[in-house]
Design a binder for this molecule. Structure first.
Ligand code: ATP
Ligand code: MG
Length: 424
């Protein structure tokens, strides 16, 4: 074994595991296109300031999870911990929000310096969706219907549930924050350590503390729902009506606050209990203030990000997981002197049958060892091109997975026609 290992928390995705990743990527891309969302591709590093300004200085991400460097020109840059900030930055930089709406999605690696465990890496992957320029609950509902449909397509819908909440406007939330803070200050000694630390910097985060003592204390605390402004209440009520009408099941979790500063009004999480502690597979909400905060004209926005590792784990556990696609045929060339002719035939077959999954044996070896490799490759057919076949410009076809079928020989010119109904 080599002395080199991947960086802790940054994993390889090996060939045997790639099929479910592709299944997730393909299903998501198709579905987004079907709802009118376009893909945007964003850089992996951004100026550090962008994240501090958007995510918030007193969040876990900015305080202790970012990978930050200075480049050779002493610029402070960070590996992106999430995609929303980059997406907003790109939209503003290229004028994409000028007198128009945008429905966008992106995917790729994100980086956070966290404690690695099942469903939690330092390099992980997200697929994110953002909609800009829509202020009504119609689009919030669309995003939830879209994700609900994705779980159905993937066959994991029975294992996820939706939690929603409204945070109200920033003003409403600030008023609540002050009340919560003064209530909790009076009970500071009873709070867990993390919550004590958050009491001054980010008291809302205390609401999603997992500590039982803290949760009991919160039962008697002021409730966010009592501070929500009327407009946000209407927004939330209409969202719920639309979800009910569409048959999207949810529960209202009044302690759902989300970790980032930029949310307002609707927030939501899709959670599962099939992954242990790391149960949130998709999370998001409305962030109407962020575009302006990053220097744009005010622009309502809503979006979510899903954790691909967690979804792939769920997919692997489900019976719907895609199997690795196998080869149609494995071309065996027992006499290496004929390999170049065989390669030309293979190339012509690829011209005629672009879908064909054909592996040409390379590297020589006996008929027996090549046959073993063909067998192991899980290909349906072995094609054998030996001296006899070369002399008559033919190919012997052997069905590897169907013992009942005799092997037979075909003219090379008839091969494409023979293979066509047998591929894919
Ligand atoms: P968590 O509470 O699990 O730390 P979060 O609130 O920090 O999640 P978001 O920033 O909302 O997560 O990211 C959206 C989704 O990305 C999460 O719901 C999760 O599925 C996934 N995710 C976040 N951090 C990680 C990570 N370190 N490893 C794997 N997946 C992650
Ligand atoms: Mg986190």
């Amino acid at each position: 074994m080599s002395q080199y290992k991947s960086v802790k928390g940054m994993n390889d995705i090996l060939p045997a595991d790639v099929a479910v990743w592709q299944q997730l990527e393909e299903c998501a891309a198709e579905l987004f296109a079907g709802y009118g969302y376009s893909e945007i591709r964003l850089p992996i590093v951004e100026p550090t300031d962008l994240f501090c300004r958007s995510i918030g200085e007193v969040t876990d991400i900015v305080e202790k999870e970012m990978y930050t460097f200075t480049d050779r020109n002493d610029q402070k840059i960070s590996l992106r911990p999430e995609g929303t900030a980059s997406c907003v930055r790109a939209c503003l930089q290229h004028g994409l929000l000028h007198k128009q709406t945008q429905k966008l999605w992106y995917s790729g690696p994100m980086f956070r310096y966290e404690r690695p465990q099942k469903g939690r890496q330092r390099q992980f992957h997200q697929i994110g969706v953002e909609a800009f320029g829509f202020s009504g609950p119609d689009i919030d509902a669309e995003l939830l219907m879209l994700t609900n449909r994705l779980w159905r397509v993937l066959g994991i819908d029975e294992h996820v549930t939706l939690q929603i909440n409204s945070l109200g406007t920033l003003a409403a939330r600030n008023e609540f924050k002050a009340e919560l803070q003064s209530y909790l200050r009076a009970h500071e000694g009873e709070l867990d350590e993390d919550s004590q630390r958050r009491l001054n910097s980010n008291p809302l985060r205390i609401l999603d503390s997992k500590n039982p003592g803290t949760q009991t204390l919160l039962d008697a605390a002021p409730s966010l729902a009592d501070y929500i402004d009327d407009e946000s209440k209407h927004h939330f009520a209409e969202l719920r009506e639309r979800l009910d009408a569409a048959g999207v099941k949810y529960s209202v979790n009044s302690r759902l606050v989300r970790g980032l500063d930029y949310y307002s009004q609707t927030v939501f999480e899709w959670v599962t209990d099939s992954l242990g502690a790391q149960g949130t597979v998709c999370a998001g909400g409305r962030y109407d203030g962020l575009v302006e905060q990053l220097g744009g004209k005010p622009c309502p926005a809503v979006g979510f990000a899903m954790g691909m590792e967690r979804l792939c784990l769920m997919l692997e556990q489900s019976k719907n997981a895609a199997a690795a696609t196998s080869l149609d045929a494995y071309l065996i060339v027992p006499d290496n002197a004929l390999h170049s002719s065989a390669q030309q035939i293979a190339e012509r077959l690829r011209d005629d049958l672009p879908q064909l999954r054909l592996q040409l044996h390379c590297g020589g070896g006996s008929m027996k060892s090549q046959m073993k490799k063909a067998d192991k490759s899980a290909a349906q057919l072995a094609l054998i091109y030996g001296e006899t076949e070369h002399a008559s410009q033919s190919m012997t076809v052997k069905h590897l997975r169907d013992a009942g079928t005799e092997q037979h020989t075909l003219a090379v010119s008839e091969l494409a026609e023979y293979l066509l109904p047998r591929i894919g």
